[in-house]
Design a protein. Structure first.
Length: 454
């Protein structure tokens, strides 16, 4: 049903997103240029106190090259507008990193301030803080930008109210991303406008990847492999985790810069863990220095235009610590291989989890699992964007469809003091196709490849 809806959205005529004509004049304030408009997005940005305005129109420079094509970005916005029309929503206000990025190609830097993207049936407007200058406008695809200043309290919410003052009807907000305090501000800024959830519907839209998204994710998987090889090269007895992580991060950032010269370079990182530090998948890097026989966990995460990809591997330095360590590693690899085989269209996420649980039970290891078997990919990161409707877990009954992109990443953790102590994890990314799935991770795994002789 979702694919049918997406197909219908993609065939819609493109709503004009042409930016209105502006008459921008520069007002010099003590030698500093400020840009104001006679009425962008139907706002009055010329307050009585021009020295300390609440809102600005700051269009500095030229629009940058978008990560995706115009057709792709319009497909997303038109899909949203179809949902809005069918549900009587006159405007959607996005405040999450992932949805603002998904619908506008603008990924903000929060730093304690609020950011928003308003989409109506005829407008796309990002709302950003003055500290960012013209960058939000340059990156907002197909629409406009309103800048709020720090000079008055709650200027962000003032901007929302001004933009939507002539709209009456339901307004969509992201229930899963709006703290209670912010929700109360929405209610105050938008009186007599019912607030309805837009978070779950847009999550379902993002779960289905377009060909352009798949192409970018494939590049991310390739770059993750490059980071992995750089990390392997840096591993040696006496080397700190941080040094290995730096090597992998630098290799990936340089490759992203070469592949996407128009992209902003941000958020790419490596978690390289050793010894006890392998017990958590998201444990931060430390300065611990490796010793022979260490269990190692390689985790490379290239970020391209807000899109996340990953490579994760278990390794050992020079030799496997014990027979028990080897047996645990091989058991986890068995689960991983079977998981890769199970990913295909028509299978339920919960059924994948149930079958893989049986393999762990066979080895009496089920109690050592630490999280689900995989998740969706797209515009997400370790601090935004989880697509909870597409995770390989016992409590998720979503059926895999062509166009979905998921990981297979089984992990077990044996506590310190037990035989074979450490965390064991493998991770590949698969694109669900009409007749199966394509594994886009090429980095090898298992004892036959990743006992690093240094």
């Amino acid at each position: 049903m979702l694919r049918t809806a997406l197909s219908r959205w993609s065939s819609l005529s493109v709503t004009s997103l042409t930016r209105p004509a502006y008459s921008a004049s520069a007002l010099t304030l003590q030698g500093t240029a400020r840009w104001q408009s006679t009425g962008p997005t139907d706002l009055n940005l010329n307050p009585v106190n021009k020295d300390m305005p609440r809102l600005l129109d700051l269009k500095n420079g030229q629009k940058v090259k978008c990560t995706f094509s115009e057709d792709e970005m319009n497909r997303r916005v038109n899909g949203l507008r179809t949902h809005m029309e069918e549900n009587g929503i006159v405007a959607s206000i996005f405040t999450s990193y992932h949805n603002i990025n998904y619908f506008s190609d603008f990924l903000y830097c929060k730093f304690g301030r609020q950011y928003g993207l308003i989409i109506t049936m005829d407008k796309t407007i990002s709302v950003s803080a003055n500290i960012d200058g013209g960058q939000p406008w340059r990156r907002t695809f197909g629409g406009d930008n309103v800048v709020y200043t720090d000079w008055h309290q709650d200027n962000f919410y003032f901007a929302l109210g001004e933009i939507l003052k002539d709209y009456t009807g339901r307004v969509g907000v992201e229930y899963d991303s709006v703290p209670l305090d912010n929700y109360k501000h929405f209610e105050k800024a938008l009186p007599v406008r019912p607030l309805v959830d837009i978070g779950v519907p847009t999550m379902k839209m993002r779960m289905m990847k377009s060909p352009e998204e798949v192409a970018l994710i494939k590049q991310g998987a390739r770059i993750a492999d490059i980071g992995g090889y750089a990390c392997v090269e840096a591993v040696a007895e006496g080397v700190g985790e941080h040094e290995v992580a730096l090597a992998g991060t630098q290799a990936m950032v340089r490759e992203i810069a070469d592949t996407y010269p128009h992209a902003e370079l941000r958020d790419t990182w490596v978690w390289f863990q050793s010894g006890l530090n392998t017990d958590g998948a998201h444990n931060p890097v430390t300065s611990r220095r490796m010793i022979n026989g260490d269990i190692l966990s390689l985790n490379c995460f290239p970020m391209i235009a807000g899109y996340y990809t990953a490579l994760e591997r278990t390794m050992f330095l020079n030799h496997v610590t014990s027979d028990r360590h080897l047996a645990l590693w091989e058991a986890n690899c068995e689960v991983h291989r079977r998981g890769l085989e199970l990913i295909k269209p028509g299978i339920k996420c919960s059924d994948i989890a149930a079958e893989l649980n049986e393999i762990y039970k066979k080895y009496d290891l089920l109690q050592y699992r630490t999280f689900g078997y995989g998740h969706s990919f797209g515009t997400l990161c370790h601090y935004y964007g989880r697509e909870a409707g597409l995770e390989l877990r016992e409590d998720v009954d979503t059926v895999l469809e062509p166009g979905m992109v998921v990981s297979m990443e089984p992990m077990i953790m044996i506590p310190e003091g037990q035989a074979g102590a450490g965390g064991y994890r493998e991770h590949d990314i698969l694109v669900v196709m009409e007749d199966g799935a394509e594994n886009i991770t090429k980095f090898p795994f298992g004892p036959e490849h990743l006992i690093l002789k240094k």
